[in-house]
Design a binder for this molecule. Structure first.
Ligand SMILES: *Cc1c(COP(=O)(O)O)cnc(C)c1O
Length: 354
């Protein structure tokens, strides 16, 4: 058909599957195993549905204010979007308009190359070293912008702020985006650097550490000028990206810092315990500071383990991709879920060994 010549063709991002089974253990999309803060459920019950006939606040004012207070920045330094996917997509559109390639790691969040393709942004990947670390010297070449997660996904490895700062110092002429989707699980945020570097944007999300993937809330913090440019593009795209319930419920989540620290602390403790157990079972992995562990087994292949687990209704993530095909990315769930996973692996690996 002739019209097909004018289609914007893209290879879409593939998210982890969302099966709906009664008795499954779902460790494949890094969701939080605990519910959102209790205040969120309380407020949801009292939601004024009559207000739904109105358009929501296009500036997302209550949520922007709550985040500015929480992170001790000015409200003109905060941009809110529909999940950090929406935020990052907007940053690509806004800041990556050079003919020079943008840079990101070869093993990283697999949405970056999808957005680059979608917006026709040239890009180049920089290989992580053999231990899965970012090599800051790779980011000293000519480029049109930089993005990387810290901790990185799917490796879970955290780079120290000195590495982030090294990259910033060598790239004052482009926007550098640090995707901190997993920073609340023991990472050190680059937020402390936003006043020092006017080209730094720090992106975070409510989907993992705040247990609200279903509401779609993400945000970024940076220099007020960056935020102004982002808003100009956002308002040229869709004035009302974030719906009214998300705006209110997001504020409620930010308010309950005690619950936030408690649940993220619990996930960290479970993660450390599971690391030891996996090691005893013959797995190796980079030392994750995220809410997942990226592990391979010494003898059994990644694909075989992935399929065996799936058969038992235990869902983890596996990619048939260069460098990472032998690895499973296992989300840290509740202690009970992780015990069930470990019990299955223990039995399965024992059977494979004899
Ligand atoms: C999960 C994730 C995101 C996106 O999460 P949202 O649900 O869209 O907020 C962004 N970056 C990385 C590295 C992630 O793992």
């Amino acid at each position: 058909m002739k019209w097909e010549e004018n289609v914007r063709r893209v290879v879409p991002y593939v998210a982890g599957e969302q099966p709906h089974k009664q008795k499954m253990i779902k460790l494949n999309t890094n969701e939080c195993p605990y519910p959102p803060a209790p205040g969120v459920a309380e407020l949801a019950k009292q939601l004024d549905c009559a207000a739904l006939r109105r358009y929501p606040d296009p500036n997302t004012t209550p949520l922007v204010d709550a985040l500015a207070d929480y992170y001790h920045v000015n409200r003109d330094q905060v941009f809110v979007g529909v999940g950090s996917d929406d935020v990052i997509s907007m940053t690509f559109m806004t800041f990556f308009n050079s003919s020079r390639p943008i840079l990101f790691p070869d093993v990283t969040y697999s949405f970056y190359d999808v957005w680059a393709e979608l917006y026709r942004i040239p890009y180049k990947t920089c290989a992580l070293d053999a231990d899965w670390h970012i090599r800051p010297e790779d980011y000293r070449q000519e480029n049109g912008g930089i993005i990387f997660p810290n901790p990185n996904a799917p490796t879970g490895l955290l780079e120290p702020l000195s590495v982030v700062e090294d990259i910033l110092r060598h790239n004052p002429d482009v926007v550098v985006i640090v995707d901190e989707a997993y920073v609340d699980f023991g990472g050190e945020s680059a937020l402390s650097l936003v006043d020092q570097y006017d080209n730094l944007l720090v992106v975070q999300t409510f989907s993992k550490s705040r247990a609200m993937a279903g509401l779609r809330i993400g945000f970024c913090i940076g220099n007020a000028k960056l935020i102004r440019y982002l808003n100009d593009v956002k308002f040229s795209f869709n004035s009302y990206t974030m719906n009214y319930p998300s705006q209110l419920l997001g504020v409620e989540a930010v308010r309950d810092d005690t619950y936030f620290k408690e649940t993220t602390g619990r996930i960290i403790r479970t993660r450390e315990r599971v690391k030891e157990a996996l090691q005893e079972l013959g797995f190796t992995f980079p030392d994750s500071r995220a809410n997942f562990i990226f592990a391979r087994h010494e003898t059994v292949s990644g694909e075989q383990l992935f399929l065996a687990l799936r058969e038992a209704d235990i869902y983890v993530r596996h990619w048939n991709k260069p460098r990472i095909g032998e690895y499973l990315r296992i989300t840290v769930g509740t202690d009970e879920e992780m015990d069930a996973l470990l019990a299955f692996l223990r039995a399965y690996l024992h059977k494979e060994a004899v």
